[in-house]
Write a protein that binds this ligand. Structure first.
Ligand SMILES: [Fe+2]
Ligand SMILES: [Fe+2]
Length: 369
């Protein structure tokens, strides 16, 4: 705990003015505590009062004419203080001065004596402000925790079978850096519960599209897209890689088409999902020109949309991208901003025709260049 006061020196009531002034000078205190013969408190003596007595004394006439340069102190390095600075700096400055008067000078020519009341008031105001901010932060944190719990519950309902969420959570994803010279990647991070988070990201993007009325288009089915999102990577397996490892992605990772087939198999055999869902899951890593002849044409708009969201969600979790979606009729406009500017883009995909236009994002105007 900091010291709240400096002790004032005592002086007996029958001392002379000379003795009192000496005590003030020796103890460097402009104030003395006056006690009686038995130590009982009687009063206090202020150096200004002694000066007043001195001024009224006719015997001091000669002395009073003397130049003030004699007792004046030159402003020294330790007298300078940035009085507008931090309270903690002012406090350490005052601590160094100990008993001496807290007189200060500034480089701009201001001079003053620290105001105890003013400094205390400021410290109290700061404390009140911080307390208010902390209370606000705590309230926001409580609200967020509540929202998160609600979301967790909603998601648990959506996944229906807890085994599905558990399987998705058990599969990690990796963050990496690609070296175009060698074609290899360096593992820079491990995303725990990666596939689960990937699915949640897709569901969030789907919600953004529903809010803009996309599901009112013919060929768009909310339930189909939600289930495709949940089941599409269920059969995914990942190698165990460490951060810092450099690997050839073609050797370390199997082609996405394999897990797409396994997921489709699980969806059909274990979860008895309908034919359309199985098609969308099985071919989610197939480009449109790779699709087999029996792929239903009516599923193409959802196939295009799902592949778009699948890629965007990977960008969100693996590259920290920010994605903004806008629906214009049958066209989905995507703005993707990544920490890695080469991934920045503005894309327009017509879900009905399959036409896609991709352009780099112009950060200055926010438009397409
Ligand atoms: Fe996949
Ligand atoms: Fe995926």
């Amino acid at each position: 705990m900091s010291v709240r006061y400096n002790k004032v020196p005592h002086i007996k009531v029958n001392a002379s003015i000379e003795e009192a002034v000496k005590a003030m000078i020796v103890r460097q205190s402009p104030v003395l505590h006056v006690t009686g013969n038995n130590g009982e408190p009687l009063g206090w003596l202020n150096s200004l009062d002694i000066l007043r007595v001195f001024m009224e004394d006719p015997g001091a006439a000669e002395f009073k004419k003397r130049d003030i340069r004699g007792p004046m102190r030159t402003i020294a390095e330790e007298d300078y203080l940035d009085v507008t600075g931090k309270l903690s700096d002012i406090s350490s400055w005052a601590k160094k001065r100990e008993y001496r008067t807290p007189y200060f000078s500034t480089t701009e020519g201001t001079a003053g004596i620290l105001s105890l009341h003013g400094l205390l008031q400021e410290a109290l105001n700061n404390r009140d402000r911080e307390k208010k901010l902390r209370e606000e932060a705590e309230t926001r944190f409580r609200q967020l925790t509540h929202t998160l719990q609600e979301l967790e519950k909603a998601l648990a309902n959506l996944f229906a079978d807890p085994m599905i969420a558990a399987k998705l959570k058990s599969t990690v994803e990796y963050q990496d850096e690609y070296d175009p010279a060698t074609g290899k990647i360096k593992i820079t991070g491990v995303i725990e519960e990666g596939v689960y988070r990937h699915v949640v990201n897709i569901l969030r993007l789907l919600t953004e599209l529903w809010e803009q009325g996309l599901m009112e288009l013919a060929g768009m089915h909310q339930d189909t897209l939600v289930k495709t999102a949940i089941f599409h990577d269920l059969g995914k397996v990942q190698p165990r890689l460490e951060v810092g490892e450099i690997v050839d992605p073609k050797e370390a990772f199997e082609s996405g088409k394999f897990h797409a087939f396994r997921s489709a198999l699980l969806a059909r055999r274990v979860y008895h999902l309908g034919e359309n869902l199985v098609y969308l899951i099985r071919y989610h890593h197939h480009r449109e020109d790779e699709l087999p002849a029996d792929f239903p044409r009516s599923l193409l708009p959802m196939h295009r949309l799902f592949r778009l969201l699948d890629g965007l969600s990977a960008g969100i979790s693996r590259r920290g991208s920010r994605v903004n979606l806008t629906v214009r009729g049958t066209v989905v406009q995507v703005r993707e901003e990544s920490a890695h500017p080469t991934y920045n883009r503005c894309l327009e995909l017509d879900l009905y025709s399959g036409n896609a236009k991709s352009k780099p994002l112009d950060r200055r105007t926010g438009g397409i260049n």
